[in-house]
Design a protein around this ligand. Structure first.
Ligand code: TRP
Length: 341
């Protein structure tokens, strides 16, 4: 029945190509994908969601297009393994354009507008009524992604949970109306899921538009510069002053990335008491992050010299996904009783 060689459960994850991945992506989702990859228990697809990126980049198609290969390099850099993962380009899969046409009729306008993620994004982007229809509609498109792959497991952070809820509703409605056809996906909340990492300025979450990111591809020099300019505690002027750990970006990053938790607890106590300088902590954080990123930089450089191979990974993964998603589309049309010519 399945085109996949194995009976492994299918996992789908995806990112919008609109720039490079940063260490917030690493902490929030890429590290978890590496863990899932290491189990060998799943058939994993990692999709470059260029169609979804276009829903708010219609005037900047080049930014989306030029991010595709960058994203591939970031994936390979962090250690996603082309022997274990199928890399997929969303826009090369016709079924993902066609399924939404059917699903759209199963979702009401009011339900779409109630989606908390979309509501939030509309607000932060300042769209109001001028929101592109494609943007409001992207939860339906995402439901098409998930169901086309027959993904039963979708690792999500908190901000994506409503997307999965919406997908599950569409699946339930479809299966009730047309018979058991689509796989009901489960959200997989990463066990060690860390809260959204703040930017180096401490002003909000790490985000390209705020210019407060540490990128996976950053050089050691860039990394050092960014760590050294991190927001700490403005009241902590002299080394002997007591300092605040809460809201201190350096400590938030140490919490997320520094493995020696016992040492970290001691540092926090000492900082609160006074006598521990910011520079000592920043050096420690720089070393810790550089240890993580240095092998990633190396892998990135390796693959950047072999772009033909990188493009081949994407082509081959997409070909596999094409068979799989076309098959789902055929089953959907058959279940609905669409006229076949
Ligand atoms: N909405 C996801 C994000 O912004 C990207 C995405 C598109 C996705 N299609 C998907 C995630 C399917 C999981 C499954 O990060």
């Amino acid at each position: 029945m399945s085109v996949m060689d194995t009976e492994k459960k299918i996992i789908l994850t995806a990112d919008r190509p609109s720039g490079n991945l940063h260490i917030g992506h690493y902490a929030g989702s890429l590290a978890n994908r590496l863990r899932l990859q290491a189990t060998g228990e799943f058939e994993m697809f990692v999709m470059i969601a260029d169609l979804q990126a276009l829903t708010d980049h219609a005037q900047q198609v080049d930014k989306v297009t030029s991010s595709v290969e960058e994203l591939m390099l970031d994936y390979l850099a962090v250690g996603l393994d082309p022997n274990k993962i199928h890399f997929v380009l969303q826009s090369a899969l016709p079924a993902l354009y066609q399924l939404p046409m059917f699903y759209m009729n199963l979702v009401t306008q009011s339900r779409l507008e109630r989606n908390p993620t979309v509501k939030n994004e509309i607000k932060t982007k300042g769209y109001r009524r001028e929101v592109p229809v494609g943007f409001v509609n992207y939860p339906i498109s995402q439901a098409a992604d998930i169901t086309a792959f027959g993904a039963s497991v979708v690792p999500v952070g908190a901000d994506q949970a409503p997307m999965l809820e919406q997908t599950r509703e569409i699946v339930a409605t479809f299966n009730r109306l047309y018979g058991e056809t689509l796989v009901l996906p489960e959200a997989l909340i990463p066990e060690h899921s860390r809260s959204r990492l703040v930017g180096i300025d401490g002003a909000g979450k790490m985000s390209k538009s705020l210019g407060n990111c540490i990128y996976i591809k950053d050089s050691a020099e860039e990394l050092q510069r960014k760590v050294y300019q991190m927001y700490t505690d403005p009241q902590h002027i002299k080394v002997s002053d007591p300092g605040k750990v809460e809201g201190n970006v350096v400590f938030m990053y140490l919490d997320a990335f520094y493995q020696d938790k016992k040492h970290l607890a001691e540092l926090k106590a000492q900082y609160r008491q006074g006598g521990l300088g910011d520079m000592v902590l920043k050096k420690l954080l720089f070393e810790c992050l550089n240890e993580l990123l240095a092998p990633m930089r190396e892998r990135r450089a390796y693959y950047a010299q072999r772009m033909d191979e990188v493009r081949k990974f994407l082509r081959e993964g997409t070909a596999k996904a094409r068979t799989l998603t076309d098959q789902t589309l055929a089953r959907v049309k058959q279940a609905m009783g669409i006229y076949q010519i």
